[in-house]
Design a protein around this ligand. Structure first.
Ligand SMILES: [Zn+2]
Length: 457
């Protein structure tokens, strides 16, 4: 039986129209003004917006390696369930191989972690942390397996590769029209910064941002874009956090380079004064790049308003404060890096962006869904409300109010960095491929997520 969403306003990245939406099985089958009911089951969504299911293109839902701890607090089941409750219907998780491990072994691991556990549809960015002839050959195999995007690192000694290796990987990815995203921080300078501060007895979370200042990110962004320019590959900058990096982006675009910029909610609504929270609570905000200044925050909002930033994803990577963050109580560099956030992105961006009149709802739809779908080969299956697309829909109630709190969150972690923030707007109901899977923050159906096979253009 089909379902008819009646009385809502359909929003895309460019416009909004009062349209009814008919969905049947897994797809959107009809859009129109005042559609006849026929034998459809009617959902009255008047007063609400109908948005495409949100896509989070940067999650670490279940990470057991490289984080200097016993693994993330969330796993695929808890993280994807929390995401779904507020309208995120697809995640692109970062698949990270073991050192000297093959990409195929990593893909097998991530498929196993997600299958039967994920409440969102899912795919992966494949991380390249070693570079050798075998890994090079595996890029074609990944593309054939539906994985069209890759991730590399310029920081973290256990993950990073050299500039030459990044260049060689780019030239290989380019052959298949794949996408590369890179964590941009100068790893050598980060190491030196940490060493200098610890030697001076500066061990508290206050010093985390000082060990990796904006220049360290901006230098890596500039270098990465130079390498991409040489390789002639359009690339993605993940979690861009500073004005200085945005200036490097402007220079590259001015010389005609094609590139994509992602930022995250934490850089838009939080700032670096939080590292001074008492009782070691600054550790809750330790992530890399770190939270930045209010000036950087303002620059990022301007970047969103004028279209310089293409996407907002979360970099969700959760560690418990009491048992994991505390590992760095005597040394900030031992605090596991990362923060939870997959659950709260839509209401944070709606509140701080749309309700505060900094960006339009259309812009938000682009940033959280359509632009991501286009960039990562999910469009038009995902990312837009149109006939033929998957019926991944968010019925968004702009009037709903809420307060973010660790006591009520679905993320399986003992804190939220957004504690006490009052939000406006929330997902009244969420559909995943035609099934109503969440209502008013409650998940009705879980573990229905499927792998999304992607192909490059
Ligand atoms: Zn990340």
């Amino acid at each position: 039986m089909s379902i008819l969403l009646k009385g809502g306003v359909v929003v895309t990245a460019v416009d909004r129209r009062q349209l009814d939406v008919r969905i049947e099985k897994e797809k959107i089958v009809e859009l129109g003004a005042s559609l006849p009911i026929g034998d459809s089951q009617v959902e009255d969504v008047s007063g609400c917006f109908i948005l495409p299911g949100f896509i989070d293109a940067h999650t670490h839902l279940q990470l057991n390696n490289g984080a200097g701890s016993s693994g993330t607090a969330d796993n695929f089941a808890s993280g994807s369930r929390a995401a779904l409750a507020n309208g995120t219907t697809t995640v692109i998780d970062m698949a990270t191989p073991d050192k000297d491990g093959s990409l195929q072994a990593c893909l097998d691991t991530w498929q196993r972690l997600a299958k039967g556990n994920s409440s969102c549809d899912y795919t992966f960015h494949m991380s390249i942390i070693d570079w050798n002839p075998e890994i090079k050959n595996e890029i074609a195999a990944m593309i054939s397996a539906g994985i069209t995007s890759f991730k590399m690192y310029m920081a973290y000694d256990n993950l990073r590769t050299t500039d030459a290796e990044i260049y060689e990987a780019m030239t290989e990815i380019k052959k298949f029209h794949g996408m590369l995203g890179v964590h941009c921080e100068n790893g050598d300078l980060v190491n030196e910064g940490i060493k200098k501060l610890l030697k001076a007895g500066k061990t508290s979370p206050h010093y985390h941002p000082l060990s990796r200042p904006d220049a360290v990110e901006a230098e890596a962004v500039e270098r990465y874009l130079t390498i991409a320019d040489q390789a002639e590959l359009p690339v993605n900058i993940v979690h861009l956090s500073t004005e200085r990096s945005l200036e490097a982006v402007r220079r590259a675009r001015k010389r005609g380079q094609q590139l994509y910029v992602e930022t995250c909610p934490q850089y838009l609504v939080l700032d670096d004064h939080l590292y001074d929270a008492p009782n070691f609570e600054g550790a809750k905000y330790v992530c890399s790049p770190p939270l930045r200044s209010l000036d950087d925050q303002r620059a990022l909002w301007e970047g969103l308003e004028n279209g310089e930033i293409d996407t907002i994803s979360t970099d969700h990577c959760s560690f418990n404060f009491k048992t994991q963050k505390v590992l760095g109580i005597d040394d900030f560099s031992k605090i596991p890096n990362g923060m939870p956030g997959v659950e709260t992105r839509p209401q944070l961006i709606y509140t701080a962006g749309v309700a505060s009149k900094r960006i339009s709802l259309e812009t938000m739809v682009g940033l959280l869904a359509e632009n991501i779908a286009r960039q990562f080969d999910l469009f038009p299956q995902k990312g837009i409300v149109q006939v033929g697309s998957d019926a991944d829909l968010v019925v968004w109630n702009p009037a709903a109010k809420g307060v973010i709190s660790a006591t009520t969150q679905l993320q399986n972690v003992d804190y939220t960095p957004y504690e006490g923030i009052e939000t406006q707007g929330q997902a009244q109901s969420v559909f995943l491929r035609g099934q109503k899977v969440a209502e008013n923050g409650k998940v009705l159906q879980e573990k229905k997520g499927q792998f999304v096979f992607r192909t490059t253009k």
